[in-house]
Design a binder for this molecule. Structure first.
Ligand code: WTA
Length: 635
């Protein structure tokens, strides 16, 4: 029986039961077999329930880049580690071997050191999907600096918030980026952000678009000349298993985004293990995850998971629609991709286009398909299965989160019978449960409740950077001794899980998590706005879209509503980024509120979703009459 190449449902259950019965033995075997440790652990795991401090492989020493790069050099030195596929299809793809990756990462690491970066320092990385994004992340890990990657679609304001919260000493960026036909002035955004980031001492600028950019003397440095003169070797820093590896921000339902903190040892073990298991990875497979490395999916399954297995991983700079809607399938055919991992929102957008875009290409290299980020609807699932997998490549609907570090609930391809829209069964080592309104675990099947995890796993986030209290409050206070996911789920009569969506004030738009509070705060900054509330409603492509209810101050009433809508969206664009665009903005005279003044989002959500026949009891509202008015004026 292998923990990895599970061959049947029966074997899955054997492995799963072992992982629950003897978790320490289970994880110890995996950690022992597959990684290089500089020093062995003193204990496998340790969970202090009171303070919610979790440790895995404590006492062990390692460097994750040694596991992701150095140890492959002898046997896989010339093997391609990363295939870089550029935005423009006429530009040649780059095949970066493990040996070449080693050199690039070492040189980058030496540049970081030269600029005064040391173990424990935070480095913000704001780069498009170019090879320097991969090498900068790995260079940080090489010297023990904590990387904080910010998705390069975020605005200056969002970038500054994330830099300041983690007090980054350095920022790595590029002159610009290519996205389809667009050229984006990243350095301009950076310059604006840095006006309010006092901790940043130096900025490294990779050249991608070769646009003319402003360079601030003494602060900004072109990266390439520094790399060219850097020494080609750099010993990996010895890291404790529980030393921080990275911070990655995710939206909270209120306030600042949460800087989820991940540590080296457990994260490495779990991402490597799940990569191999969930995608049934075999030597010489070509793995392509279309996420951006700015999100957890890219961290875990473009970089760390695949590289820890010595795999070949594709990094795609472009977008699915450029130069036409066949681009993904073109790339897939060109590189003979065996595992393809994407988001339901992308599948829905692709499915809307003519099938001829798919039919032009040979997709028979595919063995496994994956989805992540939001619930997949049945129609999209079938389109993916029939037209992309062509019935031969099982779909893994993988449920997990920035906080969980790796995939938690997912079918094992060829073993777990897939049912569309079901993430199915927990991976070995993962113990999910469903909780009822009274805070009790619902035993037996079927069941419907709030999804929690009742036992620690190696890659769980250890804290929220700088705010452990918030970590406990968000994830552990709602249910005693359990990690609360923020998601609702149902479990069918066979024990399969289906994720039904967020049960908190987070809305997932095109697979991106957005908290309602920061968006409302931004709307309220408009001088004509008195108050606002946003909710999600179903959208054909994005999964959800944002519906805003806005009360204007008297001064705003007289102004042209379309202009106001544009101005509000412009603010959103500047403060958060284009992903938070408000699809609909309804101006209203009031918002339904409870007697204690809390906005009843539940009612607003129903109105936005056209479910007005089922509003529930509105009599306890402070202002029940407003409900009818909002319905009458709905967009
Ligand atoms: C949602 C992405 C349904 C869920 C890795 C979760 C999903 C949030 C699925 C985390 C799935 C992720 N089915 N919903 N297969 N995968 N989600 O942090 O609501 O960007 O809580 O991590 O996405 O999003 P995050």
């Amino acid at each position: 029986m292998s923990q990895y190449h599970i061959k049947s449902l029966e074997e899955y259950f054997q492995v799963y039961h072992k992982s629950v019965r003897e978790p320490e033995i289970f994880w110890e075997e995996i950690a022992e077999e597959n990684f290089v440790w500089k020093k062995r652990w003193d204990s496998i795991f340790d969970w202090d329930m009171k303070s919610h401090k979790v440790k895995w492989f404590d006492g062990a020493q390692l460097n994750i880049t040694e596991n992701c790069i150095d140890r492959h050099l002898e046997t896989r030195g010339n093997k391609t580690a990363i295939i870089f596929e550029p935005n423009d299809p006429s530009e040649k793809a780059q095949h970066i071997s493990y040996r070449e990756l080693h050199r690039r990462v070492c040189q980058f690491a030496n540049v970081l050191k030269d600029k005064g970066i040391q173990k424990g320092d935070r480095v913000c990385i704001y780069l498009p999907m170019i090879p320097q994004l991969a090498t900068s992340i790995l260079a940080c890990a090489r010297i023990g600096a904590i990387h904080n990657v910010v998705f390069a679609g975020f605005s200056a304001n969002a970038l500054a918030t994330r830099i300041n919260d983690s007090e980054c000493k350095m920022l790595i960026t590029s002159d610009g980026s290519f996205r389809g036909e667009k050229v984006i002035d990243l350095k301009g955004i950076v310059d604006e952000a840095l006006l309010s980031c006092p901790t940043v001492e130096s900025v490294l600028v990779a050249q991608r678009t070769y646009a003319k950019v402003k360079m601030q003397k003494g602060r900004d440095f072109l990266l390439q000349p520094l790399l060219n003169s850097a020494y080609k070797d750099c010993d990996p820093e010895v890291m404790g298993a529980e030393d921080p590896l990275f911070i990655l921000y995710t939206s909270g339902s209120t306030g600042l985004p949460k800087g989820m903190l991940h540590t080296a040892g457990g994260y490495m073990v779990y991402t490597a293990y799940t990569f191999k298991n969930v995608f049934q990875y075999q030597e010489n497979d070509i793995f392509w995850c279309t996420a951006d490395i700015g999100w957890i999916t890219g961290h875990s399954y473009i970089l760390y998971g695949p590289l820890a297995n010595g795999a070949t991983t594709v990094m795609f700079e472009g977008v699915p629609s450029y130069p036409d809607w066949g681009r993904f399938w073109h790339v897939l055919e060109k590189h003979k991709v065996t595992q393809f991992y994407t988001a339901p929102t992308v599948i829905r957008a692709l499915a809307k286009e003519n099938l001829s875009f798919v039919e032009e290409y040979d997709l028979t290299s595919l063995k496994v398909l994956g989805t992540v980020g939001e619930p997949i609807n049945e129609e999209a699932w079938h389109w993916y299965n029939d037209n992309i997998g062509q019935g031969n490549a099982p779909i893994v609907d993988t449920w997990w989160q920035t906080e969980t570090g790796g995939i938690m609930i997912s079918p094992i391809p060829f073993s777990t019978p897939a049912i569309p829209t079901f993430a199915t069964l927990p991976l070995p080592g993962i113990q999910p449960c469903l909780m009822n309104e009274q805070g009790l675990e619902i035993k037996g099947n079927p069941a419907n409740g709030k999804l929690c995890i009742k036992f620690p796993w190696p890659s769980m986030a250890r804290s929220i950077w700088g705010n452990h209290e918030r970590f406990i409050e968000t994830y552990f206070a709602p249910f005693e001794n359990k990690y609360f996911t923020g998601d609702g789920a149902l479990r069918d009569h066979t024990g399969y899980y289906r994720i039904t969506g967020r049960v908190d004030d987070i809305i997932i738009i095109s697979g991106h998590n957005l908290g309602t509070a920061p968006i409302e705060d931004t709307i309220n900054e408009h001088p004509a706005v008195a108050e606002s509330a946003i909710v999600g409603y179903p959208h054909e492509i994005k999964g959800n879209a944002l519906y805003a209810y806005v009360i204007l101050k008297e001064s705003g009433e007289t102004r042209n509503h379309d202009n106001l809508r544009n101005e509000i969206n412009q603010l959103i664009n500047e403060h958060i980024g284009p992903i938070a665009k408000l699809e609909k903005i309804q101006f209203t005279n009031g918002l339904p509120k409870t007697r204690s003044g809390k906005i009843m989002r539940r009612i607003l959500r129903k109105i936005a979703c056209d479910e007005v026949s089922d509003l529930g009891d509105t009599s306890t509202l402070l202002n029940p009459e407003i409900v009818e008015e909002i319905i009458q004026q709905k967009l």
